[in-house]
Design a protein around this ligand. Structure first.
Ligand code: NAI
Ligand code: NA
Length: 398
């Protein structure tokens, strides 16, 4: 089958297996080029392991410190002349490279919010690894069925109090327009978003893993958050998703208490704004990212998911010294994004940006390129006019 990108809005409906493998290989090469992460994790569970920060975390653990990894995700194999999802091929490619390097890697495909997938994961840890010493929590989902009540929650991306108007971009066409996003209709929309993207499921995971005795002495767990610039506060940090992130961050003390007798610890890492399947769905944010990329690339401080996660592991979590935290107890790898000179230049560009100026003052081309990379497209190494032979690539699903 010849596979070309087919997009609908901010979604790409097709993925290219060899291209996804190239994406994974590039990330592995990067991690190897940075050298061994001394005292890194050895047995790692990544929840949300197939794309974005999750696959980058898995690669950093495996190829940075030789870790055995179990990955949990929700992806689809190829069916009826339709390729599988990018995360499916990313994982198949990752496992092939891990196996060639003599590293254990197995995966579980299903709803991480469910009790059943938690149990399957625990059984796999017991059977193959005994215990894990690092749990990365990198889920991003628009909905969650609560495992105890069966209630299905949907998250919303809305401001809380007043309508929010600002510029946004259609990154396919490069058209910059004004958008107004109405605030929540009721408080329930905040609660629903917290139920999906807040900390409860992370806590359920750690509780279940602990009760099963599969957490090692000194275990660490990390979940990912975002803050970003003031200009996105109404839609992000002060919006419904921000309330969920407050809740996620607020879960840390309870987890620390739970892990205390194992000398374990939990962290939230605040990461940089990056092009992923999840962030491309948020209004306004892609325009901000395209300006941010321009400024950070010019300053030589641009990072993608893999650079972020390699640095999180090597310089924050496993640096051989204390883990540096901000005043709210969070790890910060958004330090370069939030640097005063970077933010000052981005907000200056924000004032100037329009459909006409976009091609010159932003890195919209880089944004688009990275969006297609997420699905295995736009890699110079791949001949996209050729039949894809790797449609049958499968991860070793436990
Ligand atoms: P992503 O969309 O690339 O990855 C989401 C992962 O969750 C995938 O592996 C997917 O298979 C998995 N997943 C979703 N629903 C699932 C379910 N029900 N069961 C099992 N697996 C499921 O997203 P991204 O951007 O890597 O996000 C990961 C975390 O990083 C999120 O907490 C996000 O808020 C955070 N973050 C993202 C930033 C960004 O700019 N993209 C910036 C800072 C933090
Ligand atoms: Na992820």
């Amino acid at each position: 089958m010849i596979i070309q990108p087919r997009t609908r809005g901010f979604i790409c409906l097709t993925s290219h297996p060899e291209g996804c493998a190239q994406n994974v290989k590039n990330q592995i090469d990067y991690v190897k080029s940075k050298g061994e992460i001394k005292d890194g994790p050895k047995k790692v569970l990544v929840i949300g392991a197939s794309t974005g920060f999750g696959i980058a975390s898995r690669i950093s653990a495996a190829f940075g410190s030789g870790a055995a990894t179990i990955g949990v995700f929700f992806e689809k194999p190829a069916a009826e002349g339709k390729p599988g999802t990018a995360g499916w091929y990313n994982t198949a490619a990752f496992e092939k490279e891990a196996s060639a390097a003599g590293l254990y890697a197995k995966s579980i495909n299903g709803d991480a919010f469910s009790d059943d997938i938690k149990k399957q994961t625990i059984d796999l840890i017991k059977a193959d690894l005994g215990q894990v010493d690092l749990i990365i929590y990198s889920l991003a989902s628009p909905r969650r069925t609560h495992p105890k009540t069966g209630v299905a929650y949907s998250s919303v991306l809305k401001p809380i109090a007043v309508p929010f108007s600002d510029k946004t971009v259609d990154f396919h066409t490069g058209v910059v327009s004004d958008i107004t996003i109405n605030p929540i209709d009721n408080e329930e929309e905040i609660e629903n978003t917290i139920a999906v993207m807040g900390g409860e499921d992370w806590k359920f995971w750690i509780e279940d893993l602990k009760a099963a005795g599969v957490l090692a002495e000194g275990v660490k767990t990390v979940a990912y958050s975002y803050i970003g610039p003031e200009l996105t506060y109404p839609i992000y940090r002060n919006g419904t998703i921000g309330k969920a992130k407050d809740n996620l961050e607020g879960t840390v003390p309870a987890l620390n208490e739970l892990l205390a007798d194992l000398n374990g610890v939990s962290y939230v890492s605040v990461n940089k704004a990056l092009v992923t399947q999840s962030s491309s769905a948020i209004p306004v944010v892609p325009l901000y990212i395209s300006l941010l990329y321009k400024v950070m690339k010019e300053k030589g401080i641009h990072e993608g998911c893999i650079e972020q996660m390699q640095r999180l592991f090597a310089e924050r979590l496993f640096n051989g010294a204390d883990v540096q935290l901000d005043e709210k107890g969070r790890i910060r790898v958004d330090d370069l994004e939030m640097r005063a000179d970077v933010q000052a230049e981005v907000s200056e560009l924000w004032k100037q940006v329009s459909t006409e100026t976009l091609p010159t003052i932003s890195d919209i081309a880089g944004y688009r390129d990275e969006f297609f990379h997420l699905f295995g497209f736009n890699f110079p190494e791949i001949d996209y006019t050729k039949d894809s032979n790797e449609l049958t690539m499968i991860p070793s699903i436990a």
